[in-house]
Design a protein around this ligand. Sequence first.
Ligand code: NAG
Ligand code: NAG
Ligand code: NAG
Length: 354
Amino acid sequence: MLSNKLDALSWNLASFIAADASQSKVPSFSSNHLVVVVVVLIGVLTFISLCKPQPRLSQVTPPIVPVKALLSVITPTAAAWPADYIQLINYTASSRTKTISISLSSLIENICHRKIEFRNYQDLIHLFSGALVVHGWRLELVIDGGIGSKVFGWVIGNYFQSKSPRRRQLKRTHGSSSPKGNILFKLFPLNVNTHIDLDCTSFSQVDYALDSLRVDLVRDQTATLEFTTPASSLEFLGKDFIICAISLMSRKYAKEGNNRTTSSLFLDLKYVLQYLTTGEEALVLDSLINISKEHAEKLVAAADRLDKDKTIRTAFVHEWGIEGYSEERFMLGWEAALLLSGKHLARWRLVVRK
Ligand SMILES: *[C@@H]1O[C@H](CO)[C@@H](O)[C@H](O)[C@H]1NC(C)=O
Ligand SMILES: *[C@@H]1O[C@H](CO)[C@@H](O)[C@H](O)[C@H]1NC(C)=O
Ligand SMILES: *[C@@H]1O[C@H](CO)[C@@H](O)[C@H](O)[C@H]1NC(C)=O
């Protein structure tokens, strides 16, 4: 206690000297002043060194302090933390920054294997932007473990996967005289209440899907499009891009639980709007709403159902194992947080009429 106060005192003194020295263009800082200050400083420093029982090096934070901060966000499901979290806690306690850097790859693996869980999914919203502070400690995510290259692989794979079938389809229709609409039936059936989720349409097929909609929508009928876009511009393979891609990518354990494409990372609301409502066969805009919050609630409800509905849970675990179940549940919460953060993803419902 005392030595802390004295540290503060010598610090004040040092800044006093520095402040004075910076004004030394005015010749008020005489050598007499300097002698007095140096003598006082030496006295104070000697006193401090006598007061301190142990050397400075051993003054590390006891690990219990970062543990308390971490515990209020993430809890171990068993009696002990996983080994890499013990290392993280030791490392954090001995570092001088008050930041707990959580590895993204280890976080996901430990969650899938049910070794840890989040107390509250709302915390993810702040964790994404590095603004989650508990007991004076800041928690942040670190992109590691080759996650960046996995995301890159997924983006590239999606691109090529979607290119090939499209070319084949176009060729087939070119040969016959059938209208463009026939291809559309492959993409989504058109009926009275046409409802299209563009998130499942490959990004390279979006223009084509929108063209088809303009041509094939029957007069006086409406079509509803729902799609996810970045909420703000995402730097390609930047941290936010990767954080967004995590919940859209194919799962590691629940392999067929997700059929999303990269469209959500690249679509632009203005572009879709303009594409549908201008040019030949232009459609009329009926309504456009931001359904980010509504959709996030749906995702959270789906995660809850997975947890609480025994029939659904058992079937899911039977199909994808306990890891697949934990993964799916976590990713639903993750995407909900991305939609609620206001900076990552946004979801839109667009109704058009012909
Ligand atoms: C963490 O620190 C504790 C005590 O400070 C030590 O007993 C333990 O072996 C350390 N664990 C790791 C994984 O470094
Ligand atoms: C994509 O998955 C959803 C449910 O996860 C399902 O309702 C939908 O039919 C699937 N779409 C395609 C094109 O497989
Ligand atoms: C959409 O709604 C979400 C959630 O209510 C909000 O955070 C976000 O700022 C909205 N986005 C736009 C572009 O209006």
